[in-house]
Design a binder for this molecule. Structure first.
Ligand code: NAD
Length: 413
């Protein structure tokens, strides 16, 4: 059930309203045993267990906005059921206790509550849901936790049974830690640039230490998306509201903001003033395999470039053009070659696999100046050099165009 009638209509017609690999097939395969509705009456009439997965976006203060969750609780309280409410939305620690208190105050003593946070990644949602690293179940009463655990029978994963506040905290702590890892490697990358080291090799050398692990050590232009920025902010806010100043998270957030802006510095270093210069953005979504633009680095970057006086063009496989409300003043093209034509520089913002196989020689030929900032350290610098590019990554030695006929890359001083 969703309050968005257009989404429900699309789903009823067998169309998935977001881009998520494999989801359309999964929906089609299970069409006979899934139905969609916009009505709470219809939804709650015969339900025994209600999973709440509404959005919890940030408020201007950085706290999680629980108004949608509250609406669901009110609807449940009005109808006296279902018996068990399972919270999938990411909610601040203490929400479960407050929801139960609200329900009790409304005389709904028979409705119970379980926290079951979701850890899936957009773009790999199905795989993550069916083969998760763990399933976290926080319950006030043992038997409610058992009931939710039973729903996951057949899914091979460690089950973490805990209290409701602890389950709520696990979700925030996990996202805060992953964000910290990203901001950490981004700062290492920035130091690498200053001292002539290569962050990709540093990350490999670090990641082989099993205490550190190889994941989330790719330096780049910072994290975005619908979860990390809001969850880190919400945990910082939650700590602050409880009287604790979470200094580390303050730095994680600031480093992430600055990281997006460093790209502008790299462009200026090469091109001087950006006024009147044409800069092409390759990729706009916050990561590949999704059409999600929430908190995408591209939005900040495009706005910064525009305010520097640059002309900004862009291409993303899933963001249609030629105009988009999130990118005022930016011209969106239907292919990469269109976006880079006559550009003074290109910035790879999202590591869409198709950019790895782009005809970079043709791209270089189309540009006014074959200069590329690889915001994700995604491309092979030697190949870009061979294609005629001056290539700058994040925390990696820049390379100049290889002399004609040579495949290798010349490292800049
Ligand atoms: N997107 C992710 O990768 C991800 C991963 C883990 C956890 N989460 C958490 O899951 C929650 C949902 O995230 P999302 O990205 O799917 O958000 P979303 O905004 O894409 O989807 C939320 C949906 O809830 C609907 N909705 C809002 N209020 C409603 C109400 N009162 N009744 C019924 N439907 C209502 C909206 O119309 C929307 O379709 C958030 O708390 C998020 O932090 C998301």
């Amino acid at each position: 059930m969703d309050i968005d009638a257009a989404k429900v209509q699309a789903l009823r017609a067998g169309r998935v309203p977001i881009y998520e690999p494999g989801l359309d097939k999964l929906l089609a395969d299970n069409a006979a045993r899934i139905s969609f509705s916009t009505s709470y009456d219809e939804l709650l009439e015969e339900s025994r267990i209600l999973f709440v997965a509404v959005d919890t976006p940030p408020t201007p203060s950085g706290d999680a906005d629980l108004s949608r969750v509250q609406r669901v609780v009110d609807e449940v309280a009005q109808r006296g059921g279902p018996r068990l409410v399972v919270m999938k939305s990411t909610v601040p620690v203490g929400t479960g206790e407050r929801v139960v208190a609200d329900l009790e105050a409304a005389g709904m003593r028979d409705i119970t509550y379980v926290s079951n946070p979701e850890f899936l990644r957009e773009g790999a949602a199905i795989e993550d849901f069916l083969a998760p690293d763990r399933i976290v179940i926080g319950a006030f009463r043992e038997e409610d936790g058992d009931e939710v655990e039973a729903l996951y029978r057949g899914v091979e994963a460690p089950i973490v049974r805990t209290s409701v506040p602890t389950a709520e905290m696990i979700k925030y702590a996990a996202n805060a830690f992953l964000s910290t890892k990203i901001s950490f490697i981004n700062e290492i990358a920035n130091v690498c640039e200053a001292v002539g080291a290569d962050v990709r090799e540093v990350a490999r050398g670090m990641g082989l230490d099993h205490r550190i692990g190889p994941h989330f050590l790719n330096a780049g232009i910072g994290f975005g998306g619908s979860c990390f920025p809001k969850d880190v902010q919400a945990l910082k806010q939650l700590a602050g509201n409880s009287g604790y100043h979470f200094q580390l998270l303050t730095a994680v957030i600031e480093v992430n903001h600055l990281q997006k802006r460093r790209v502008v510095g790299k462009l200026k270093e090469r091109l001087g003033s950006l006024r009147g210069k044409r800069v092409a953005l390759l990729g706009l979504t916050f990561k590949p395999h999704t059409d999600d633009l929430r908190e995408a680095a591209s939005i900040v970057l495009a706005a910064r470039l525009r305010s520097e006086g640059a002309e900004v063009t862009a291409f993303d496989p899933l963001v249609p053009g030629p105009k988009h409300v999130q990118f005022p003043g930016v011209r969106l093209f239907a292919d990469a070659l269109g976006a880079v034509r006559e550009a003074d520089a290109a910035v790879l913002v999202t590591e869409w696999p198709e950019f790895a196989t782009l005809d970079w020689k043709a791209v270089a030929g189309a540009m006014r100046e074959p200069f590329l900032v690889d915001g994700r350290n995604f491309l092979d610098p030697a190949a870009l050099s061979a294609a005629g590019f001056t290539y700058v990554g994040i925390g990696v030695p820049p390379v100049t165009p290889a002399p004609v006929g040579q495949a290798g890359a010349a490292t800049l001083g």
